[in-house]
Design a protein around this ligand. Structure first.
Ligand code: GAR
Length: 208
């Protein structure tokens, strides 16, 4: 069966990568297949998760390259060699230039742990997002899956889900609830939606 080819870019624990792997296994992500995992850190646990599931995984670290351009060129080489259709940023904490995002325009998505446009943009990543939400005192937060363009967290929104803040929440308890109730559901769902479109498009072209 024809499937869209997915690359997942990660930096840390990789629980969102795990949600994608689980969706692939259960069949809810049936129009796509994870072909490659790229980590921005050599010790990212996400690399272990990929390995345990027989997915090709590599660490590509910015500091091993002379320039941002050389770093991104290496990632693009790996991605293009495997004819990747969709790039998923799942807790990827390294900055990507406008040159990279426009090269893959409409083919990169990201999961962000807030309801964009709140608590997003430069400096808002990981636990910092939840610290800011608690400091502001919002009663509802959530997660967003969006397309990636040259503006940090600025691309078109694909899916969002709200999550209630509870009395006594710490950044960590809130982060966990946002992951469980929103991110791990939204990301595989968005991936399936986009992969289905890619497959449909390819089938149409074959008929023409
Ligand atoms: C997730 O909460 C993800 O939304 C966030 O980092 C965490 C990664 O966890 N991403 C960002 O903040 C990007 N701006 P994971 O490695 O367990 O998937």
């Amino acid at each position: 069966m024809l499937k869209a080819r997915i690359a997942v870019l990660v930096s840390g624990g990789g629980t969102n990568l795990q949600a994608l792997i689980d969706a692939q296994k259960s069949g809810s992500l049936h129009d796509g297949r994870i072909e490659l995992v790229l980590a921005s850190k050599k010790d990212a646990y996400a690399l272990t998760r990929a390995g345990e599931n027989g997915i090709e995984a590599k660490a590509v670290c910015r500091r091993d390259f002379e320039s941002q351009e050389a770093y991104e060129q290496e990632m693009a080489r790996l991605i293009d060699e495997r004819q990747i259709d969709l790039i998923i940023l799942a807790g990827f904490m390294s900055i990507l230039s406008g040159a990279f995002t426009s090269r893959y325009q409409g083919r990169i998505i990201n999961v962000h742990p807030s309801l964009i446009p709140s608590f997003c943009g430069k400096g808002y990543y990981g636990l910092k997002v939840h610290e800011a939400a608690l400091a502001y005192g919002v009663k509802v937060t959530g997660a967003t899956v969006h397309y990636v363009n040259e503006v940090t967290d600025g691309g078109r929104i694909i899916l969002q889900k709200a999550v209630e803040v509870q009395e006594g929440d710490t950044p960590k308890t809130l982060q966990r609830r946002v992951m469980e109730e929103a991110e791990w559901q939204l990301l595989p769902k968005a991936a399936q939606m986009i992969c289905a479109e890619i497959v449909k498009d390819r089938q149409m072209r074959r008929k023409i």
